[in-house]
Every structure is written in C-alpha cells, then in structure tokens.
Design a protein around this ligand. Sequence first.
Ligand SMILES: *Cc1c(COP(=O)(O)O)cnc(C)c1O
Length: 477
Amino acid sequence: MRMADQRLPGLVAPVPANDSGGLPLFPSPQGLDPGLQDFLEQASQLLCQWLGDSHLHGPRPGLSLQPSAEPSQGGREAAALLTDLQQLMAGGFRPNHPGALAHLDPPPLSVSIAADLIAAGMNNNLLAEELSPSLSRLERGLCAWLAQALGLGPQASGVPASGGSLSNLMALVCARRAAALQGSLKGVVITAAAAHISLEKALGVMGLPEGALWRLPPDAQGRLQANAVAAALGRCRQQGLPVIAVVATAGTTVQGLVDPLEELAALCGREGLWLHVDGAIGAVCGLVEAQRWRVRGIGAADSVTLNPQKLLGVSKPSSLLLLRNPQHLQDSFGTGLPYMEPAHAGVHGGELGLQGTRGAEVLKLWLSLQHLGLEGIETLLAGAFQRADGLRHRLAPLPLAVLPGDLHLVSFARQGPDQGWRDACHRQLLQGGFWLSKPALAGQPLLKAVLGNPFTTDQHLDQLAALVQQSCLGAKR
Ligand SMILES: *Cc1c(COP(=O)(O)O)cnc(C)c1O
C-alpha cells in the first residue's frame, strides 16, 4: 500500500552547502541537485582519466606527493577536494596497466565501478530486510543461484563477506558447530601445506590452540592427496582428536593448483566429515560449462569460498561463502534482531554471518554478471587461461623451472641456484613495464605472473619472455 503523500514539502530544511561551488553536504531530497551532479560528474571524469592514463605510467607508481591525512579547520571546497583526490590517485597501483601481473588484483569491470557508486548513494544496509528491501531479495536470489550453479544442491545458498578470509572463517565456524564441537578447544582442521594463511587466522579467532591446523605435505606437484588425508584421519583417531573439517583448495595462491576435489569429497563423505573448498581463486570456474572440469567435484563440498574480486574482476571487496545447507549459517550466527521487523521473505542478512551492517556488495556482483552473461564469464576465464598457457609456452625453452599449475598463475624459478637472479630479473621486468610478484615456496625464490589482466596481449607476453630470457643470459657465468 502507498502512503497518500510521501513528500513533506514544508518540513525539508535547505541542505547546507560547504562552498560556493554549490556542493551540498548531503544529496537533497527535493529535486535533482545540480551541485551534486556536477561534483559526481567531475569525480567520474577524474576517474575515467586516471584509468585511461595507465599506459603513460608503469603498473607500480614511484613515490608521490600525498595530500594531508588530517581534516582542515574549515573544510575544503569541491575544487580542492578533486585536486586532493587526483594527488592520491597518482600514487595508486594501476590494475589496468597491461603489465600489472603481480597479484590476484585484475582491473575492475566497468559496470562494477558504476554499481559501487550507486550502492554508496543508496546507502542501504544488508543487515536487515527493512533497510534494503530490494537488495536483500537480490542478495538471496544471487547467492542461491551461485551456490546451485556450482552444484551444491537445490537448497544451497550463502552469504557475501568482506573478503575470502572472512568467508573461510565463517565456513570453519559452521563446520565446528555441525560437528558439535563449539566451545571445545579440541578439534583439528586438515589441509595442505599450500592452503591459504587465512586458515591460521580463522583457527586463532576460533580459540583453537596452535597446532590445530594440520598442514599435510603435498604430492610431488603440490596438491593435497586423499590418501594423505586418510592417513592423517587415522592419526587423529589414535590420538583421540576430533576433526572439524578438511579444507581443500581450488586454486592455491602461489601455483594456482586445484586439489583433487572429487577424491577428497568421496573420502569426507565416507567419513562423515565437512569438506570446505577454499575456491577464492578457482571456484568461479564451476559457474560455466566450458571451465567446470577444472574444479570437478566442487559441487560435492559442504561449503565453498568464492571471490569474484579475483578472477572475475568485480571491484573489491567481493567474496561469498556458499553452503550445501545454508541453515548452518543461521544456526551459527542467528541471534535474533530484536530491534528489527521480521524478515518477510527469508532471513535477515545480519543473521547469516559475522558481519552486522553490510553495504550492497551484491549490487556490483549482480550487475557484472548481468553485463557479462554466462558467455561473457566463459570468455573472460578462457582469456586468462589462454594467456597463462601462452606464457608457459614461451618460458618452456628457457633455463627455468616452471611450476605446475591448474589456473591462470605461472610461477617459475631459475634452474639451479638462484644467486640473486630472481631479484635482478624482477627489476629488469619492472623497467620494461611488467610487474610480477616475488613469492617463495619451500625457501625457493620465485617469480609469479597472474594472467588475469585482459589488456595483456600476445605481444606483451613476447616482450615479457624476451626480458626473462635476457636476464637468464645475463646471469650466465
Ligand atoms: C585471496 C585468497 C584468500 C583470502 O581472500 P581475501 O579476500 O584476501 O581475504 C583465501 N584463500 C585463497 C586461496 C586466496 O587466494
């Protein structure tokens, strides 16, 4: 039902403007405000210019001037604010530079940028349905679609979270409760040496002692083997230790390896254990037919972490925890919200996870998926894997040890002792406009390229490989 008149003309006070440019402190509820529109257009112009100027800079800025961190006494005018913004942006990392290959931080999808702006302006709150009526429904609908598209079953759904670390934490809290171990300091989590460091944080927050995370040595390629897990389960039984969960990874952070999910799921099914798949990087492959084979078995997990902020390019933060049985979220995090009306069409967002107030992260994810379509997702993923294959192919003839990987990450070392080669090569690549990262694996210094940047062309890969080759020659003694 509509209220007869929702406008309250006499009651709306004029909104104070802070400067002669007419930029209002708050957007007026009474008609389009040209001062606001003008400022947003100028800010948008600034951003578009910054994005378009990336080719004039390297992916990583040098030292730059910083605007003041502290507020001035009287507040600054619109023009000065834009100048400050520009100064700050000049010192930013440029994710859309074709040589930005260091990390899992691709350029943002265009519609994702617009959705972030709209979400900020709407300022709805996913804590409760009444504070975000349409967005709460959208969030439920999209979480259910994502979880079911991964194959987690007809009841599956989940909740967004501010990053994969939080998604992993919530998964383990649910798993511990499902194993009736909440409040207990016993219980281990079994995973691989290469699993993400956020698991240590999660167990620490859960109050579990150091040593509760069993990191098993991987097979020769780096993946977690089901028989190693089975042996570990035997040791747990001997020591009388209950198991909270097995955590498999779909896309390790250094190599992009996918653990054998089918076998691990079968083992966990037999043993009645919770399988969490940390698919922050790779789970997105399960959404489309042509790439699903890369994460075969993911649909048999109990819970999955998926980060659209990584391979898909949705702007940060964008992560979700998806569960076969989403009731576990409510069981673990539902408290009742006594100061809210009941949710009409489901459960309040604030009862499904650790976060209370949440912005509309769902908006940029939804708009991005709408714009891409399933074919667009497939093309985007295929492009990243093609570039990774292309780089592997170009590096193969060089005197390098290129590590195996299943996704769009390529890590490599010089054959034989490093003797400073890795850091020298890294410097030469930066001078040539390519930024790779410098991880280490079991003490071995590596260079890592993440091929999630759609602006990296075959010509760029040729240049990159040529620079690596030169540095190999230069290091010859
Ligand atoms: C990035 C990553 C995470 C953590 O995600 P954040 O969003 O950085 O918190 C967890 N697991 C894996 C495998 C990752 O690559």
